[in-house]
Design a binder for this molecule. Structure first.
Ligand code: 5AD
Ligand code: SF4
Length: 445
């Protein structure tokens, strides 16, 4: 009897870097004969690719790991990978006896052999950093046929005092530009036209010869790359050369996600963000001056230790003054071992106060987003059709500015570019109508 190929089920939490790492792991395992399945029940290998950014993210994963036990066969190997695996290491093995493997972000090359060992009853935590590791020879298994992530940098050399990432992903290192270009060609050959370059502070990319400006130009010049995005940049790494490359590379989309974290210079100082409120605003101004119509989104943390009501109020005014198109907002979460945990105990912002600030911040962000979005009604935008929308018979599409537009249509349209007119908005997303372009119009009699 021919032996069936072993199956693997993977669940991904956290950021796009993790989504990209999951694609790499699946690609690697496929080379070793594994077949991906979309449910945990009875899978030979179950992987949970985790995030450690906030305590909430970790608690969710711990709950899920407990739950997964029910779906395991006696021979199933359960592995925990990613940032939480790196952070907790062997502690995770002690905590959950049904977990066989704990592998940090630099250890995925060993995945097939570690799974083999686990089959023979070994339990392993592999959490060393490998500064040479870019998984260059892995063929990412991309499930999305429209848009692709390309990791161009791993790790982080900033030391923002709230952040666990330098601990979980190690020092910053960039891939060679030639390798990124090779991967871009492969992706385009699969019919994918939108690319997002990934890195913790992606615009500090430097491969020893080329900087981020060179990278944008080179990727943007690959025939078939129609939309080029990147996430997440740091304000201090937007050199004039990078902004110039963005403005002059046609494929680079008119959207930047630029984490601000706080609008108060004193809070920013305690966060060790290395810029003031004014410097952040100046960076936004330079970007907007160079790229007309640029959409700007951000990340903001409330309740950082020592944040006073006055400092928080400065965040609200910064949100209004800068006029973000949207923002992700978070309550500060103390992460074990980060410098913020060594700030005076008395500086702790109570959960009650932090929740209240979060609510007020969300209201302020929404107000701004809604006003901008209302003013866009009736305008026309080229959209890329991404997938069927969750509800009904609509398609989810996206503008170059990264706005979601729902349009009528069917799945044969996925991957196409269409011109749409924005007809309605919920305040955050849009509905749109397809506008016939000249090429699609019947020829005049
Ligand atoms: N607590 C709350 N939010 C955090 N972030 C990073 N670390 C923390 C933390 N300890 C937020 C930042 C970052 C986003 C990815 O998550 O805003 O930009
Ligand atoms: Fe991504 Fe940071 Fe979460 Fe790691 S800790 S998965 S790098 S968001």
């Amino acid at each position: 009897m021919a032996s069936e190929s072993p199956t693997v089920y993977i669940e991904t939490y956290g950021c796009q870097m993790n989504v990209s790492d999951s694609e790499l792991m699946l690609g690697r395992l496929a080379e070793y004969g594994y077949r991906e399945v979309d449910a945990p029940d009875g899978a030979d290998v179950i992987l949970v690719n985790t995030c450690a950014i906030r305590d909430h993210a970790e608690q969710r994963v711990l709950g899920r790991i407990g739950e997964l036990k029910r779906h395991m066969k006696s021979t199933t190997v359960l592995g925990v990978t990613g940032c939480m695996a790196q952070r907790l290491g062997p502690r995770l093995l002690e905590r959950a006896k049904h977990v066989a493997l704990v592998i940090g972000p630099d250890g995925y090359r060993a995945l097939p052999s570690l799974i083999e060992s686990a089959r023979h009853g070994e339990r392993v935590a592999k959490v060393d950093f490998d500064l040479e590791e870019h998984y260059e020879d892995f063929r990412a298994r991309r499930v999305d046929g429209v848009s692709a992530w390309i990791p161009v940098q791993r790790g982080c050399d900033y030391r923002c005092t709230y952040c666990i990432v330098p601990t979980t992903r190690g020092p910053e290192r960039s891939r060679a530009l030639a390798d990124v270009i090779r991967e871009t060609h492969e992706i385009v050959a699969q019919g994918i036209t939108e690319i997002t370059l990934l890195g913790q502070t992606v615009n500090s990319y430097y491969d020893g010869t080329h900087d981020f400006a060179d990278l944008l130009r080179a990727v943007g010049a690959v025939p078939g790359v129609r939309r080029l995005r990147f996430t997440s940049p740091h304000p201090n790494d937007f050199s004039d050369a990078v902004i110039e490359a963005m403005a002059t590379t046609g494929a680079v989309c008119e959207h930047v996600h630029l984490p601000m974290q706080s609008g108060s210079t004193t809070t920013l100082k305690r966060m060790l963000r290395r810029y003031t409120r004014e410097e952040y605003a100046e960076c936004a101004r330079r970007l907007r001056a160079a790229i007309p119509g640029l959409a700007l989104t951000t990340d903001i943390i409330v309740g950082f230790p020592g944040e006073t009501e006055e400092e928080f109020a400065e965040t609200l005014t910064a949100v209004r003054e800068i006029g973000f198109d949207d923002a992700y907002t978070f309550k500060f979460s103390a992460r074990e071992g980060t410098p913020a945990t060594r700030l005076p105990e008395a500086w702790t912002v109570s959960d009650e106060v932090a929740s209240d600030r979060l609510e007020r911040l969300i209201d302020t962000v929404r107000e701004g987003t809604r006003a901008i979005n209302m003013s866009m009604l009736g305008t026309r935008h080229e959209v890329l059709v991404e997938k069927l929308a969750r509800r009904g018979t609509l398609l989810q599409t996206r503008t170059r500015h990264h706005r979601t537009v729902l349009i009528p249509g069917d799945d044969s349209m996925i991957g196409r570019y269409l011109m749409t007119e924005l007809t309605g908005t919920t305040g955050s997303t849009f509905t749109g109508a397809v506008v016939p372009t000249r090429a699609a119009l019947p020829l005049a009699g």
